[in-house]
Write a protein that binds this ligand. Structure first.
Ligand SMILES: [Zn+2]
Length: 99
């Protein structure tokens, strides 16, 4: 009796799985017919653009933040506070010796 019930459940589950897979294919076809795939891709493109903007904003905040200035990443002239882009020991803006 017990094994028969399990067999019935298994058959019903198999039928349900087949129907579900058929429905998934049907829904996928319907979505592509309605242009939802293109819509989803445009959403993804917008998401990627938003991510790129967020990364750029984070980099800008990192560069502008006072901690980045004193973090040793950017050398500044002790006299005129000009950013020293070259590795020379003299400031290109005022000519004073940079520490
Ligand atoms: Zn200087």
């Amino acid at each position: 009796m017990m094994s028969l019930t399990i067999r019935k459940i298994m058959v019903l589950g198999l039928i349900g799985t087949i129907l579900l897979m058929g429905n998934i294919l049907f829904v996928a076809n319907w979505l592509s017919e309605k242009g939802v795939v293109e819509w989803a891709e445009s959403i993804r493109a917008e998401y990627l653009t938003g991510t790129a903007i967020a990364v750029l904003a984070a980099l800008l905040i990192l560069l502008v933040s006072p901690r980045a200035k004193t973090g040793g990443l950017v050398r500044r002239c002790p006299v005129c506070d000009h950013v020293l882009l070259t590795r020379g020991s003299y400031c290109s803006e005022c000519g004073s010796k940079a520490a």
